[in-house]
Design a protein around this ligand. Structure first.
Ligand code: AMP
Length: 514
């Protein structure tokens, strides 16, 4: 891949349109942007020109600045061109998990009121049944078919980018909605640019980088962290449709960076091919979106010689913290607040707590979203008067300034009036020989309010009983934290990003102490 690019300059733009910034000179138009295995590579020029054609198609359908473009199609280069087309035209890109069914789509359509819906050709008929207020366009899974492409073929690649301010919306991402209704997080051009720039610099991204991309692109991690940093750095992307271990090993030799969720790392560790020969050349491995076990971090270092860099973020805030690029990447920690982002650990009223105490993580900065789409009360309820966003994550800051996440506030267990933080117990159980992983949850209990309960997945062939688990951790935990029951299961329910869905576990076992 060509190596003659200079770094983009960050100043002097007349507009805050993210696309205009990404395509600002100096740009080597013939450099490879996307390399999807088994398909032709795409240069920056080709991607930007195709985005121009798509932008013409979208605006010809009547879409105007600020209109939502809902997109439920598979990951492909063309889906990324569509994202860029929305940026160019000042439209709001609204990606939807490809797993959503018609009844779920009805909610998103009703809430977001898009003016265009882009779906797979096989879903067009169903969509026209539930979406009458705008145009339906199609894009095939292979990115090679569909009405979007047909209409784009006759369009000009030149498109006048919308002149935008930093507060104009670039995207709405719906939260996964595991508790209550799914909310549309409004992300602005300013939010996305600031986060991409900070991370590009912090993680030393350059045009020499080649990112191995196996994450979904309907989520903040695969879409904005991964793609926007590469656009800002003019780095190349090996675009895999999904996480496929064979493809990962085939692609690793040409990559310099991989971004993944913890399950990627756990699965790669189980493969005997992983070692210094296959992964030692990489510049950086990044993990986020769910907790990376300290043990996984250590095992990875021992096998590959590479310390995974763990960072912490969420749909509403983009990235908030990162372990250092140069310096100690502490296993079990998510590192320091990003430059420009204020982070505090607060009590229930938003009052900062002394260092070392556990409390609510609150953040403020240019990365934090503009609120929930058409939900002013929900937005108001999650911001403090001084502008801090209440993340819903519990954490603490250690003596070296590193942030540690202890769990979601809604997962906090209150047993007999005492606060019990699941992660403390999970870490002890995870250390036991034979344990793959554990999830500690609170279940309704008539004496204690909630009964601390451990659900455990064992390694293949391992045998461990409730009594063995309990006696192994008994001396290391106060009585009120000790699980009242230990249950065993084959696997945890997880969402698309690999997060354990504790709400489903709580549902499954809700009558245990009844
Ligand atoms: P999402 O909005 O789907 O990206 O989910 C955001 C949530 O994922 C955060 O509020 C955290 O609870 C969790 N999360 C993200 N990164 C990490 C991490 N490195 N360690 C632990 N939890 C994380």
């Amino acid at each position: 891949m060509e190596k003659t690019l200079e770094q983009p300059s960050n100043t002097g733009n007349m507009t805050d349109n993210l696309f205009t910034r990404f395509s600002a000179p100096p740009l080597h138009r013939n450099k490879i942007f996307l390399a999807p295995p088994g398909r032709e590579t795409v240069t920056f020029a080709q991607a930007f020109d195709q985005a121009g054609r798509y932008a013409h198609v979208l605006t010809a359908q009547g879409a105007k600045k600020g209109d939502r473009v809902a997109v439920q199609v598979e990951k492909s280069a063309e889906n990324i061109f569509l994202y860029l087309a929305c940026l160019r035209a000042g439209l709001v890109y609204l990606p939807l998990n490809t797993g959503y069914t018609a009844s779920e789509l009805r909610y998103f359509i009703g809430n977001a009121e898009p003016s265009i819906f882009v779906c797979a050709p096989r879903d067009a008929q169903m969509l026209t049944g539930i979406f009458s207020q705008g145009a339906v366009l199609t894009l095939g899974d292979d990115g090679k078919s569909g009405s979007l492409l047909e209409q784009a073929a006759s369009q000009s690649p030149d498109f006048p980018d919308a002149v935008l301010g930093k507060d104009d919306l670039a995207s709405i991402l719906y939260t996964s909605g595991t508790t209550g209704v799914s909310k549309g997080a409004m992300l602005t051009h300013g939010n996305l640019w600031s986060n991409a720039e900070v991370l590009r610099q912090l993680w030393h991204f350059s045009h020499d980088d080649v990112l191995l991309h196996a994450l979904p692109i309907f989520h903040i991690h695969g879409l904005f962290v991964a793609i926007n940093i590469c656009l800002a750095a003019r780095a190349s992307i090996i675009l895999l449709p999904r996480f496929d271990i064979e493809e990962i090993f085939r692609s690793l030799p040409s990559a310099t960076v991989m971004m993944g969720v913890p399950t990627f790392y756990v699965r790669l560790l189980q493969d005997s091919r992983l070692g210094r020969e296959t992964a030692g050349h990489m510049r950086l491995f990044v993990s986020g979106s769910a907790p990376l076990l300290a043990e996984t971090h250590r095992e990875w270092s021992a096998k590959t010689g590479q310390a995974i860099l763990e960072r912490y973020g969420m749909t509403e805030t983009n990235m908030n913290t990162s372990n250092p690029y140069a310096g100690v990447r502490k296993p079990g920690s998510v590192g320091f607040p990003l430059p420009g982002t204020d982070l505090r650990i607060a009590d229930g009223d938003g009052k900062p707590l002394p260092q070392g105490e556990i409390g609510m993580i609150e953040v403020r900065g240019p990365n934090v979203f503009a609120g929930y789409w058409r939900m002013p009360e929900k937005t108001a309820a999650e911001f403090r008067a001084d502008g801090f966003f209440i993340t819903g994550d519990l954490g603490m800051i250690d003596g070296d300034g590193y942030v540690h996440i202890v769990g979601r506030a809604k997962d906090l267990i209150i047993s007999g009036g005492f606060n019990v933080y699941p992660k403390e117990i999970e870490s002890l159980i995870d250390e036991l020989p034979g344990v793959t992983e554990s999830a500690v949850i609170g279940l309704p209990h008539k004496d204690f309010g909630e009964g601390v309960t451990a659900v455990v997945v064992l390694n293949k062939g391992a045998t461990l009983t409730q009594d063995q688990v309990l006696s192994a951790i008994k001396d290391r935990l106060a009585k009120f934290k000790q699980p009242k029951a230990v249950l065993f299961t084959d696997a945890f329910p997880r969402n698309a990003l690999g997060k354990v869905q504790k709400n489903l576990l709580r549902d499954q076992y809700k009558d245990l102490y009844a």
